[in-house]
Design a protein around this ligand. Structure first.
Ligand SMILES: Nc1ncnc2c1ncn2[C@@H]1O[C@H](COP(=O)(O)OP(=O)(O)O)[C@@H](O)[C@H]1O
Ligand SMILES: [Mg+2]
Length: 265
């Protein structure tokens, strides 16, 4: 009997979005990406923010600036509507690659403005990579804005994770964020995978409050996994390594591993 042809697994593209800065998007994108790669998945990270935080999670400042000043950045690819395959760099970790960003990303909205089908330029740049089946996951880190570039990220992704900080101002504006996402229904059928509660501090009761508030919205799924505040995160970022590499069994590292398992289910 002829051997059954193995079906190529589909690449899942997930973006991390919230127009509030400091909600933990870049940290989640980097550490979740790392944990998925440790679990044997092939992961491509796309640094969509001019702050270069996702790139800095894996490379030191000199190397990040060198990449940012090179011809091979996300900004160039988008501006020239080029396939992102030629823009990928390897991180020091097996199965974990990155498309670096540049501070020029601050001009990307301006560049997109005059383009045809301007909402779908990133989607088009990613199509070749997706179709190649080279990755199980593409994770895109979004900046804390809601302009045309973020719309590009949302149109390129199959699903979104919305990290929120467990703090009073962390919830403020969340309803606007969801209104914005719902307003994109004509452009994309992106699904909201869930809200990820980050920087949970046991000494304060914001975590419980967050669950209660989010519980009122039946349509919003909240990940069971959540991330405690952990100083190892900042030390790891200072050393440009994932938190699990900095300190293997630190609380947040185990929580990101748990989140990766929840996501893979
Ligand atoms: N679990 C955590 N514990 C402690 N600090 C954290 C944690 N998650 C994120 N941070 C810190 O909070 C700040 C904002 O996180 P970041 O991931 O950059 O948010 P965003 O990308 O949404 O702006 C960073 O300085 C980061 O080091
Ligand atoms: Mg960020």
């Amino acid at each position: 009997m002829p051997e059954k042809k193995k079906k190529k697994a589909k690449t899942q593209t997930i973006c991390f979005t919230n127009n509030k800065g400091g909600s933990g998007k870049s940290t989640a994108c980097a550490n979740l990406g790392y944990e998925l790669s440790v679990a044997g998945k092939r992961v491509l990270l796309v640094d969509g923010d001019m702050q270069l935080n996702l790139s800095l999670s894996f490379f030191d400042e000199d190397r990040v600036l060198e990449m940012a000043e090179s011809e091979r950045t996300l900004y160039r690819a988008v501006r020239n509507k080029e396939d992102l395959s030629g823009y990928i760099v390897r991180t020091p970790y097996e199965g974990l690659d990155l498309v670096p960003s540049t501070t020029l990303m601050s001009q990307v909205d301006y560049e997109l403005f005059s383009m045809l089908r301007r909402e779908y330029v990133l989607k088009q740049c990613l199509q070749g990579v997706k179709d190649s089946g080279a990755y199980d996951y593409i994770l895109i880190d979004a900046p804390p804005t809601l302009g045309i570039w973020v719309i590009n990220i949302l149109c390129a992704a199959d699903a979104a994770v919305v990290p929120i900080e467990a703090s009073p101002w962390g919830f403020f504006g969340l309803a606007n964020m969801f209104d914005f996402l719902n307003g994109l229904k004509e452009l994309t059928d992106i699904s909201i995978l869930g809200v990820l509660i980050t920087k949970v501090d046991e000494r304060k009761n914001y975590y419980r409050q967050a669950r209660e508030i989010l519980g009122q919205y039946q349509s919003i799924r909240v990940f069971d996994s959540f991330i405690h505040v952990d100083s190892a995160i900042e030390w790891a970022q200072d050393a440009s390594v994932p938190v699990a590499v900095y300190k293997k069994n630190t609380r947040s590292a185990l929580e990101y591993k748990k989140l990766a398992n929840e996501l893979m289910r």
